[in-house]
Ligand binder design. Structure first.
Ligand SMILES: *[C@@H]1O[C@H](CO)[C@@H](O)[C@H](O)[C@H]1NC(C)=O
Ligand SMILES: *[C@@H]1O[C@H](CO)[C@@H](O)[C@H](O)[C@H]1NC(C)=O
Length: 268
């Protein structure tokens, strides 16, 4: 007997659907944030992500050099997108966009190019030029991770580790984030970043579907709990693995309903 093979187009379709669903909700509570690996921007790194919110203010992203000078802070201020950053020659501010708290997805890009840093939202960009002699972003070993939507509360008692201590007072972001993608010294090809899973517990709820409907907080909490439970029982499991697992279960459900005959034919 030959082994049953999964129909490849179906497998692809399901995997794609799961990829699309990889956004997460930040509830904007006093402890919510998501954490990603360092962005080693260097002289020519890029970083992008998409957000969707109905609020006009909130901290979207922060990363710094561990408490010296350099930082990048992206936030919504009265529904406009504001980048504040420092590469050593003094803080710079770039603001683009308006009405960004309109409940639709918006795409943000930060592009480093030597002395210039470009902030783009939905294809419209503004360039800012840094003063100084060198334009590297910190030093990889000492740089912080990339925080999205808020800062971990342990920073409250470690303000000296922040290049921009006021960041901990920024209102947290309440809404959806997806497709955090960056290129840097570690990966010169832009790639999607995976949330550091232990920090999902601090309030980053993975979206269950890619629909525009907001799940009720209660439903999210249940999913969140399940994610946590599975992580707890089997720690090597990551959210990604879980998504794949769900994909697989769905795949099998579809497989055994509409592709019943195919399955038998392939097996015979
Ligand atoms: C930086 O921007 C300025 C003004 O927009 C431009 O003249 C210069 O060529 C840019 N430098 C780089 C390295 O792109
Ligand atoms: C940055 O520049 C270096 C050297 O030119 C190159 O190898 C690398 O691919 C570039 N990185 C990005 C993210 O473009």
């Amino acid at each position: 007997m030959r082994p049953t093979l999964l129909p490849a187009p179906l497998l692809l379709a399901v995997l794609l659907a799961c990829q699309v669903a990889r956004c997460f909700l930040l509830e904007g509570s006093a402890t919510s944030y998501a954490q990603f690996r360092k962005w080693n921007a260097g002289l020519n790194g890029t970083l992008e992500f998409e957000f969707k919110t109905e609020q006009g203010n909130g901290l979207l992203l922060y990363t710094d050099d561990g408490g010296t000078y350099d930082f990048f802070e992206v936030k919504l201020v009265e529904s406009a997108l504001r980048l504040r950053y420092n590469l050593g020659g003094g803080a710079q501010i770039v603001t683009v966009g308006h009405d960004l708290g309109d409940g639709h997805w918006h795409k943000v890009q930060i592009t480093r190019c030597n002395e210039n840093t470009t902030l783009t939202v939905d294809g419209v960009g503004a360039v800012s030029t840094s003063r100084g002699k060198e334009f590297e972003f910190g030093k990889l070993a000492g740089n912080s991770d990339v925080y999205v939507g808020g800062m971990p509360s342990w920073y409250n008692s470690k303000l000296t580790l922040l290049a921009l201590p006021s960041v901990i007072f920024e209102p947290r972001f309440n809404g959806f984030i997806r497709n955090l993608v960056y290129a840097d010294g570690e990966n010169t090809v832009p790639r999607r970043q995976e949330m550091k899973s232990r920090d999902v517990k601090c309030g980053g709820f993975p979206c269950v579907e890619s629909t525009n409907k907001r799940k009720s907080p209660r439903a999210l909490r249940v999913y969140f709990f399940l994610f946590q439970l599975i992580e707890y029982i089997n720690s090597p499991f990551t959210i990604g693995t879980l998504f794949l697992l769900i994909c697989l279960i769905r795949l099998y459900k579809i497989h055994f309903s509409s592709y019943h005959h195919f399955g038998f034919e392939a097996a015979s």
